[in-house]
Ligand binder design. Structure first.
Ligand code: F6R
Length: 357
């Protein structure tokens, strides 16, 4: 039930600290060791390459998951859009592990891939919010998101839950594979939980950002590099689906290869800065569009912030910043849709679970 909230979406945005706490408690034992099923540990130890298959927001979470599997567990990982994978299957490694990420567990595009790879006898793992869903039943193994029911069509808490569960899975894989561990993940996820709370408490500040940048615009851009690029993709998708503002997320460095032609006086560009090594590059890209008339809204992480930034998220472990920065974009999309008088929870032309290919 949405209780005192006006919409499911705003309730579900607010559910995220609780969902984080639930995930932290579900995935550790009494000794505060990270735990997942032994059978899944075996899958991770056996594989030479992970193939993440998903759609939409879950695909965007997969892009972050790839970073965790490769940087922490040193397992090569590819991320694929399910609807493409079925008809254009990439070359597979000798021992692939297929990981399906799906809030609903019912997405037909993802299921079509699952059916095919099962025929080939490959191991499969589903990461889903819905126990007993089709993708959960049909895969060998399941990891649950524990985010609670997600009703609004625009996915919010499932995305952050997916990233959290992917981070835990990759850390377990790193441990089991004897890789060096340089992060206390549960401790850092607790820090993230507080940071998410802080952003939620700043909702009215983000609503003002929407007033300043998005009230009349027909389009918007989201730039960033590395993890911030992936969050930009999600920010753009969220904004498109409920505000109907045409939005595009892309890597800051790609601007000059085409998109910059679209920048006009007043075009809003959201620039996300949470990664030290690309901070100055992204700021440089922001200056390039600003010089051509764009209105740049800079969202940075404490420690990398500069005077004039529009919003600063609390400092968290840089690998986990998507869990916090995306909250800003969830609010941006929510208020943009609300101010336009749109049906926030049920945007036109969309269904919550897409059970057709
Ligand atoms: C976006 C959104 C969709 C879903 C996509 C996959 O807000 O909700 O892009 O993420 O349809 O759905 P699941 O995760 O249920 O497979």
């Amino acid at each position: 039930e949405k209780g005192t909230y006006d919409h499911y979406m705003i309730k579900e945005i607010n559910d995220q600290p609780g969902a984080m706490r639930k995930i932290i408690s579900q995935y550790q034992d009494e000794n505060e060791q990270l735990v997942i099923d032994d059978a899944i540990i075996e899958q991770l130890k056996e594989t030479d390459r992970i193939y993440i298959v998903a759609a939409g927001t879950s695909y965007h979470a997969g892009l972050i998951g790839k970073e965790y599997f490769e940087k922490w567990a040193k397992i090569p990982t590819e991320v694929h859009v399910a609807s493409e994978f079925v008809y254009n299957t990439p070359m597979l490694s000798e021992k692939p592990l297929f990981v399906f990420i799906s809030q609903s567990g019912e997405t037909a595009d993802s299921r079509a891939v699952l059916v095919e790879v099962k025929k080939l006898g490959y191991p499969t793992l589903t990461i889903t919010n819905v126990a007993g869903s089709t993708l959960s039943r049909e895969a060998d193994e399941t990891l649950l998101l524990y985010a609670g029911p997600e009703i609004a069509v625009a996915s919010t808490k499932a995305y952050t839950a997916q990233i959290a569960v992917l981070s835990i899975t990759a850390q377990v894989a790193a441990r089991e594979l004897g890789q060096e561990i340089d992060i206390d993940l549960m401790q850092e996820l607790a820090v993230v939980t507080n940071a998410i709370n802080a952003v939620i408490n700043d909702a009215s500040i983000i609503e003002n950002i929407v007033r300043e940048y998005l009230e009349t615009t027909r389009n918007a851009f989201f730039i960033g590099r590395t993890l911030d690029y992936y969050v930009g993709l999600e920010g753009a998708l969220k904004l498109k689906e409920i505000s109907y503002i045409q939005a595009e997320g892309f890597a800051g460095g790609e601007l000059k290869h085409g998109t910059i032609a679209l920048i006009e006086k007043g075009t809003p560009v959201f620039s996300l800065i949470t990664q030290d090594k690309v901070n100055l590059n992204t700021r440089g890209n922001a200056q390039e569009v600003e010089a051509r008339g764009a209105k740049v809204c800079t969202i940075s992480m404490a420690g990398l912030d500069e005077e004039g930034d529009d919003y600063v998220i609390p400092k968290v472990h840089p690998m986990l910043s998507p869990l916090v920065s995306v909250i800003v974009y969830q609010f941006v999309a929510y208020y943009a849709a609300l101010h336009r008088g749109n049906d926030v929870d049920k945007p036109r032309n969309l269904a919550k679970s897409v059970t057709v290919e």
